[in-house]
Design a binder for this molecule. Structure first.
Ligand SMILES: Cc1cc2nc3c(=O)[nH]c(=O)nc-3n(C[C@H](O)[C@H](O)[C@H](O)COP(=O)(O)OP(=O)(O)OC[C@H]3O[C@@H](n4cnc5c(N)ncnc54)[C@H](O)[C@@H]3O)c2cc1C
Length: 375
């Protein structure tokens, strides 16, 4: 039977980063995906600068990956009660359609020596010497980077997220407003829920709306939310997809099968951002693959060391944000102080913490406002 050091299931950001990292450790690497690339992926297309840092550290030419898509320097946030703050971000974001981004990143992995094959993985079985894939391949280590509905995660016996840790969002493309501003508008209706408009730079914006599955989300409800929060938009190419939100504790067992990106539920519960976590976890998984039968433990430890504190902080922030008036206070604090704004952005888009400055300023902002609603 055909044999590889590392087989990666899924050629999205997590899988391509895993392939790049495993190649840097000299492994033979095969990436399997049910689609040929380039392919679309339902997403907001917003890329945090920290995601590009991870790719650059893996040897990717990030200027080539983002070529043709100008940086977006500003972010406008609207709180559940309608309070708006707009500021320059500490570092600009970039908005690259996934139909472009993923193909470029995967091409970098293939340039680095990984191989690609179109194949839909259905069955993964772990034996003492390796992992069998559909009875046609064996892998020393298998990395499941197969997204929100991961087959590899299921093969490990790990179930999907609870409905209150699973979001669903719809996105489309519409004529853009200000090309220099990413817009995120939250709402207390069906809270926590928000709409976004991320300008691509070609006159269009990626627009969308998402909420928790536990609220009984329907396609009609998602469209209603989108039109309510972004009135006047008429998006095309509307498609919805699920977002497995981080619970603060990634479920990664010992052994030869690793999970990265959405397959291990790393999406930021505050913002729905997942690409940074996908490339970071993919890079750590690809490096850990060199440890063979011990790869699961090594990867879990590396993930905990690199992201553990951040994941705990986003879990705590997510619990606190279940009260919309607290979100209002946090947005008020961010409006008053650029440093709080930067802290909030780092918590929502990268590996930031819930800082004492943010908490203290939010409490101060609360005490300046009218009496708190009882709830
Ligand atoms: C509407 C929406 C908006 C979002 N907006 C943003 C945003 O603006 N910024 C951001 O950072 N994140 C955003 N996210 C989250 C982001 O899209 C994901 O976190 C990210 O795509 C995860 O990357 P991944 O590589 O883990 O998985 P994916 O990108 O989903 O890639 C998984 C790959 O696995 C393949 N695959 C699946 N099953 C199999 C199988 N059985 N066999 C072979 N191949 C298989 C798929 O074809 C796919 O190519 C958004 C998500 C949604 C749904």
């Amino acid at each position: 039977m055909e044999s590889w050091d590392v087989v990666v299931v899924g050629g999205g950001p997590a899988g391509a980063a895993a392939a790049l990292a495993a190649r840097r450790h000299g492994a033979s690497v095969l990436v399997l995906d049910r689609s040929d690339f380039p392919r679309d992926k339902v997403c907001g297309d917003g890329i945090a600068p920290e995601a590009l840092d991870v790719l650059a550290a893996l040897g990717v030419d990030v200027d080539a990956v983002t070529a043709g898509y100008p940086a977006v320097p500003r972010l406008r946030l609207t709180s559940p009660s309608g309070r708006t703050v707009e500021r320059a971000m500490h570092r600009p974001a970039v908005v690259v359609p996934r139909a472009v981004l993923d193909g470029r990143v995967l091409a970098a992995a293939l340039d680095a020596g990984a191989q690609f094959r179109r194949h839909t993985v259905r069955r993964v079985t772990t034996g003492p010497a390796g992992v069998d894939v559909d009875g046609v391949l064996t892998a020393g280590v298998l990395i499941g980077a197969d997204g929100a509905e991961s087959v590899v995660r299921r093969a490990l016996g790990i179930g999907p997220n609870r409905p209150d840790r699973l979001a669903i969002a719809i996105r489309g493309y519409a004529p853009a407003g200000d090309p220099g501003v990413q817009v995120i508008t939250t709402t207390d209706q069906r809270w926590p829920a928000y709409a976004w408009s991320f300008p691509i730079g070609d006159g269009r914006a990626n627009v969308g709306y998402g909420e928790l599955v536990s609220g009984g989300a329907t396609r009609a409800g998602l469209l209603e939310g989108l039109h309510r929060l972004l009135p006047g938009t008429a998006p095309e190419q509307l498609r919805a997809h699920r977002l497995p939100l981080s619970t603060g504790r990634p479920r990664q067992p010992d052994g030869r099968v690793l999970l990265a990106g959405d397959a291990v539920s790393l999406i930021n519960p505050m913002t729905g951002e997942g690409i940074f976590y996908a490339v970071l976890s993919g890079a750590l998984a690809g490096a850990a693959a060199a440890h063979g039968a011990d790869a699961g433990r090594v990867f879990r430890t590396a993930l905990q060391r690199r992201l553990g504190r951040h994941l705990q902080h986003t879990a705590a922030a997510s619990r606190l944000s279940s009260r919309p008036w607290l979100m209002d206070a946090a947005f008020g604090a961010a409006a008053a102080d650029q440093r709080v704004f930067d802290d909030v952005v780092a918590l929502g888009l990268a590996d930031g913490r819930l800082t004492a400055r943010t908490l203290g300023s939010a409490v101060a902002s609360l005490s300046r406002r009218a009496p708190r609603p009882r709830c």
